[in-house]
Design a protein around this ligand. Structure first.
Ligand code: FDA
Length: 394
């Protein structure tokens, strides 16, 4: 039996951050993880460059049953606090778009920073240690792993969500929550590509690789202005990943294919100035040619010269291109999703310390709880913020 003031389940972003914070306070901390490396999701994040925060992160950028829950942690450890930390370690990074910060070299730099912090704070990390069960006893919690037993005063569950099972995702966090009588909200894959019905698959055959700057909206009115990407499996790209968190089975998504171009006015101008030219060629100046060819091939747009186009045709084209509708068949699911929507109900937790209201000494942080960020560094920022808030309390 190993005694440690604090045991943390999960050597991911939230767990390592909480560990270093608690270690600096003089607590003995052990992090257990079933993986053979710490921070495996960090390593594959942001295309290998880890979008480690978003300068604009606010509670509004998160989906949560209680929209105010993330406010306290985000304000006490903000994006700027994490930027200060990486600056102290001399990390080279760059701004991409919409407040997103990425490593110049690779995501390993972020893992190295967290491991250095853990080392300085005296944290013990036990890898290849799968947590099998947890029990409450008179002095705190007993944690049984595949190769050791631990006794701790404070137990932190930072076991993440269900995405990417091959990287060690497991439902252990939800099981522990339920064991201690905490409500767990239904989970769903989010920030995930859409799959398509057979008729749409055939229609988009050959468009794989095409990216279009759009504004995508869901039936609840949420909108994102970013790119969509046709893939051989369906639809992806940042706008699709974003809207997938708001989409529910059976609903349609509306895609404005030309959010910056009032197409009806433009077509009227083309008709006056270039009446002999084909609609197809002119539309190919504002949208990818292969995409326009496909709309014509499948008779969604007719191949006319501009002077053959009536005012009704112009209205139809405006409606069609600004409000293009797709009804996804589903999503690619946890296999490729970036995050898990839902999880441990935040009503069960203190927003200051992340301690369970019904179980003293038991804490939940990071993705295992019902706080899901938009795409763009928000999820890591919540992992850092919740990790620090909990690390200061355990
Ligand atoms: P995380 O999942 O990181 O860690 C949980 C740990 O618990 C794992 O190491 C796991 O092995 C361990 N564990 C689980 N069950 C266990 C058990 N029974 N016993 C022992 N250990 C156990 N976000 C962002 O902000 N910017 C980005 O660029 C990206 N990019 C990105 C790309 C891809 C492909 C994915 C899948 C995800 C992202 N994300 C992201 C999301 C981000 O990776 C995610 O939100 C955080 O890693 C969550 O951190 P946690 O520490 O909560 O869980």
């Amino acid at each position: 039996m190993i005694f440690s003031d604090v045991v943390i389940i999960g050597a991911g972003a939230a767990g390592l951050m909480a560990a270093a914070t608690a270690g600096y306070r003089g607590r003995t901390v052990t992090v257990v993880d079933m993986g053979k490396k710490p921070g495996r999701k960090i390593l594959i994040s942001g295309g290998g460059r880890c979008n480690f925060t978003n300068e604009n992160a606010k509670a509004e950028n998160y989906l949560c049953h209680n929209p105010h829950f993330a406010k306290s942690a985000l304000s006490r450890y903000s994006a700027q606090d994490f930027i200060d930390l990486v600056d102290r370690h001399g990390l080279n990074y760059h701004h991409k778009t919409l407040g997103q910060l990425f490593c110049d070299h690779g995501a390993q730099d972020i893992v190295d920073i967290l491991l250095t912090e853990c080392e300085w704070a005296g944290v013990n990390i036990a890898l290849r240690s799968e947590v099998l069960s947890v029990n409450k006893n008179a002095t705190g919690y007993e944690v049984i792993t595949s190769n050791e037993r631990y006794q701790c005063e404070s137990l932190v569950v930072a076991s993440g969500g269900l995405t990417m099972p091959k990287l060690g995702a497991s439902p252990i966090g939800y099981k522990i929550a339920e064991q201690f009588g905490l409500n767990v909200l239904p989970t769903m894959a989010a920030l995930v590509p859409f799959t398509l019905h057979e008729h749409d698959k055939q229609r988009f055959d050959g468009l794989s690789g095409i990216s279009i700057a759009t504004e995508v909206s869901s039936e609840d009115g949420t909108r994102f202005k970013e790119n969509i990407l046709f893939t051989h499996r369906g639809l992806s790209g940042p706008a699709i990943l974003q809207i997938s968190s708001f989409w529910r089975s059976g609903q349609a998504v509306t895609i404005n294919l030309l959010p910056e171009t009032p197409i009806t006015e433009l077509i009227r101008q083309w008709r006056e100035l270039h009446g002999q030219k084909s609609l197809k060629n002119m539309l190919s100046t504002v949208l990818p040619k292969r995409f326009i060819d496909s709309l014509i091939k499948h008779k969604h747009i007719s191949d006319k010269t501009l002077n053959q186009i009536s005012n009704d045709d112009v209205s139809y084209l405006g409606q069609y291109l600004h409000q293009w509708q797709i009804k996804p068949n589903g999503t690619e699911g946890y296999r490729t999703a970036e995050v898990t929507l839902g999880g441990v109900d935040t009503d069960e937790l203190s927003s200051k310390t992340f301690e369970a209201k019904k179980a003293q000494g038991l804490y939940f942080i990071g993705e295992v709880i019902d706080v899901t960020g938009w795409l763009g560094g928000y999820n890591f920022q919540f992992a850092w913020s919740s990790g620090v808030a909990c690390g200061q309390a355990v």
